[in-house]
Design a protein around this ligand. Sequence first.
Ligand code: 5AD
Ligand code: FES
Length: 349
Amino acid sequence: MSNDTLIEKLSAERNLSDGELKELLDSKESDQSLFAAADRKRREIYGDEVYLRGLIEFTNHCRNNCYYCGIRCGNKSAERYRLGKEDILACCDEGYRLGFRTFVLQGGEDPFFTDDKICDIVYAIRSRFPDCAITLSVGEKSKESYKSFFDAGANRYLLRHETASEEHYRRLHPENMSLANRKRCLFDLKEIGYQVGSGFMVGSPYQTTDNLIEDLRFLQSLKPDMIGIGPYITHEQTPFSSFTNGGVELTLRLISVLRLMFPYALIPSTTALGTLHPQGRELGLKAGANVVMPNLSPVEVRKLYSLYENKICTGEEAAQCRGCLERRISEAGYKAVTAIGNVKKEQKR
Ligand code: 5AD
Ligand code: FES
């Protein structure tokens, strides 16, 4: 089948066989028509709206030691920080003033932040900003913990599965972590009633196209509301320091494939994409993404939340990023909106 026929089929049926997906992912010939098809689909459902999420990176302590990540516990040269509840609330105040109606609290798996502490913070944000969504991204927890965060007022949860291949998962993580537990977390979160986001890195060490297809298949079984992907970017203080970065083109192609497979998903154009290409985030939007997550963390700590090297926006104040992104979004042909931006649900087909 020609790539154009594959793109048409994917648009109409939201699915392709493994062989067809492989063909599409491995060839860059039809990128422009793929991006255009994905953009048509996103406009059909979400118009030209781009939703803004204010990201607050509140701790870079992490008990895990993932081989790809700069804040892994084994990185002894990382300077660690935590934000207190009042710091976090101050970020939210500033974010609210700038028009953000979703706050994303992201951190490493930091034992200092017990369930009680997280609930207390979530509850404080919920009370002060009843009209906002609260998204948590604090890793793998028990179902009871997830339920207590939900009851305290959290609505959404981001937890990338990172790779859906058992074998690939083993190459990216130490023995004490498991893909099975990660999946358990994601299904627990859905069951509790969170809007759930998952996703994976593109071009991570040892990743094959077959692995990427497994990622897509896993997402089909999970049916997440949000799907975040970004290129793998190397970090000096990890065992993967000699691996090369993931590709911008392949990431864009996957954003388009995701948009066509999951027309209703909220898909961010990620900071990692913006880090590898000066127009990365704009290109992501044009390839089908409809969310951006500028940083609301205090500038003093921005550089320290270093998952990978050369992360952008570490010197800019929240207001600067807000203005900069608004400009970039409109130059790309879309509109930044301050709406809460919940996922749209499809009427039964
Ligand atoms: N390059 C790109 N993305 C990374 N992440 C972690 N380390 C890296 C890296 N070196 C991603 C993971 C994680 C998210 C918060 O950041 O996918 O889920
Ligand atoms: Fe942060 Fe452009 S988005 S400076």
